[in-house]
Design a protein around this ligand. Structure first.
Ligand code: SF4
Ligand code: SF4
Length: 367
């Protein structure tokens, strides 16, 4: 396992699209730029729609297998039985066009999903795959608090690495606990893959007050660069995953990660001030991952509803928020149709109190 500070990983969740289809031509261009710059880590998952197949086309078919490493993930959200869960590995290999996976993860461990990974015996299954040489390293991606992380790492010291949500906005956020989770992983000596360093894109366009601070301190530097450099400067990092969606974002990421320089004391003071400003933010911190959408019995487009509500919460644009809300619920799937079954909250990586938030959205936006 490597421990090269500043290493960049290509997150393949928010790929460029043409309409609903992934734009494989643009993705191929991004893959080539990434490899040419000396980076090798690609991170996909079974539940990232079309991502594994696009990775086969843009990466696996076009480059020698030993010139890159692939991480993909097994998710019980789409596999409620042990048999279905075990089948996922074969499906992933087929989609990717590979006969081994470099990094295989149990996906999105939360207080709600952890039990199903235990119940289905999937930790042992991962180790079996590793013994057979079909997987090189095993790990898990994690979205809960330090107590559960401690419990998981004590129960499964065999894991090679952990994947954690770490960014400057969530460092002390009590719902995400980036710092506390980072410290637990470090205490167990586990290399860390960082996900969501830009918080689902939110830190690429922070509040105007933060933009002004950053523009003043480093004119011309992208706001995403601050977020990624913060994450990449931490000790013990295997890589920082950036979910790049177009060539422009790839070029920007490479410009400061190729010859990486951690944030200095003056820049860290800017981050600290940005954190204070974000502490007063009122928006719903949804990253539009859509994990909650699949299992909702009322088919509520939860991220669409929250994106609409944020227009009202952040910009006070009530008319626009109501128009976006109407578009999100045009199939009759109103926020007020929620039956409070809790399925969405079990899988939400951001630990959002979705039921309560939907009630507020319904009150504000349904007229
Ligand atoms: S709690 Fe409401 S929004 Fe969440 S899955 Fe159940 S019905 Fe859908
Ligand atoms: S509410 Fe949570 S699970 Fe649903 S899209 Fe937003 S962040 Fe993802």
């Amino acid at each position: 396992m490597t421990d090269k500070t500043g290493k960049l990983g290509f997150g393949l969740m928010r790929l460029p699209r043409r309409g609903v289809k992934i734009d494989v031509a643009q993705m191929s261009q991004m893959v080539d730029l990434f490899l040419d710059a000396g980076f090798t880590y690609f991170d996909t998952a079974r539940v990232y729609q079309g991502s594994e197949t696009a990775t086969r086309k843009a990466l696996v078919k076009r480059h020698p297998r030993d010139s890159f490493t692939i991480a993909t993930k097994l998710n019980t959200m789409i596999a409620p039985t042990a048999r279905m869960a075990r089948k996922q590995f074969e499906t992933s290999c087929k989609n990717l066009g590979v006969d081994y996976v470099d990094h295989y993860l149990l996906h999105n461990l939360t207080n709600g999903t952890y039990k199903s990974y235990e119940r289905l015996g999937l930790w042992d299954y991962l180790l079996d795959l590793k013994r057979q040489g079909k997987v090189r390293n095993v790990g898990f991606s994690f979205h809960a608090g330090p107590e559960l992380l401690e419990q998981v790492l004590r129960a499964h010291p065999e894991v090679d690495f952990v994947q954690l949500q770490i960014n400057y906005a969530d460092w002390e956020n009590p719902r995400i606990t980036s710092r506390a989770n980072y410290e637990v992983a470090r205490a167990h000596g586990k290399p860390i893959v960082i996900m969501e360093p830009v918080k689902g894109g939110a830190l690429a366009k922070p509040a105007s007050e933060i933009r002004a601070l950053m523009d003043d301190a480093a004119p011309g530097a992208s706001y995403a660069s601050w977020a990624i450099r913060f994450a990449a400067g931490l000790d013990g990092i295997m890589c920082v995953l950036s979910g790049m969606s177009n060539v422009e974002q790839m070029t920007d990421n490479l410009s400061y990660m190729r010859d990486f320089r951690p944030l200095d004391a003056r820049e860290m003071a800017v981050i600290q001030r940005a954190r204070e400003i974000l502490g007063n933010a009122r928006d719903i911190p949804c990253t539009a991952c859509r994990y909650c959408v699949e299992g909702c019995p009322r088919h509520i487009l939860i991220p669409g509803v929250f994106a609409a509500m944020n227009k009202q919460l952040v910009g006070g644009q009530l008319a626009e928020a109501r128009a976006d809300y109407r578009a999100a619920v045009d199939a009759g799937n109103f926020a007020s149709a929620c039956i409070a079954c809790g399925k969405c909250e079990d899988v939400c990586p951001q630990n959002i109190q979705i039921i309560a938030q939907l009630r507020e959205c319904a009150d504000a936006l349904e007229i």
